[in-house]
Design a protein around this ligand. Sequence first.
Ligand SMILES: Cc1cc2nc3c(=O)[nH]c(=O)nc-3n(C[C@H](O)[C@H](O)[C@H](O)COP(=O)(O)O)c2cc1C
Length: 164
Amino acid sequence: MGNSTNETVFKEVMGNYPTGVTVVTTVDENGVPLGLTVNSFASVSLDPLLVLWSIDKRVSTYDIFTKTEKFAVHVLANDQSDICSLFASKGTDRFKNCDWKLSENNLPIIAGAAGVMQCKTFKTIEAGDHTILIGEIVDIQSESKEPLLYHKRKFGKIPEEFYI
Ligand SMILES: Cc1cc2nc3c(=O)[nH]c(=O)nc-3n(C[C@H](O)[C@H](O)[C@H](O)COP(=O)(O)O)c2cc1C
């Protein structure tokens, strides 16, 4: 099996693995807020509370995220597909086009998420064309909102029949 076939099947299989959607934010050395849409998010450990996500080396803020001491992960709610698109598209001022404020930890917090985890960077691991960032949770907020789902490049809500 050739390389391109591997990649095609890999994308097909991973695309058929439904996830939620998060936006991860931080600030640069001048306090400028930065963020991107991420679905590689996963939980890692309960003691201590650890989560992970991975960043593509081609992302414009790669150097900042891989050096930052802290970041915030927002679990997007099902009415936040606009935030998902905003933080995935190039050439727009992401923070001018959403409602956000700085937390006590000096992290940009976007309004309206289903959950927000403020993390200090625990470890970074280079892995192929991405780097894995593991964060230790220092603050966590949960709202009673349904999550935004992602599957095969489409966004959606949890279907009614899911609860039967
Ligand atoms: C649903 C979805 C999930 C994504 N997940 C990731 C991810 O886990 N890691 C990543 O580096 N980029 C991910 N991206 C792409 C980034 O959001 C996008 O490349 C980034 O916003 C580009 O930022 P830049 O313009 O600063 O380079 C995802 C995009 C979408 C739409």
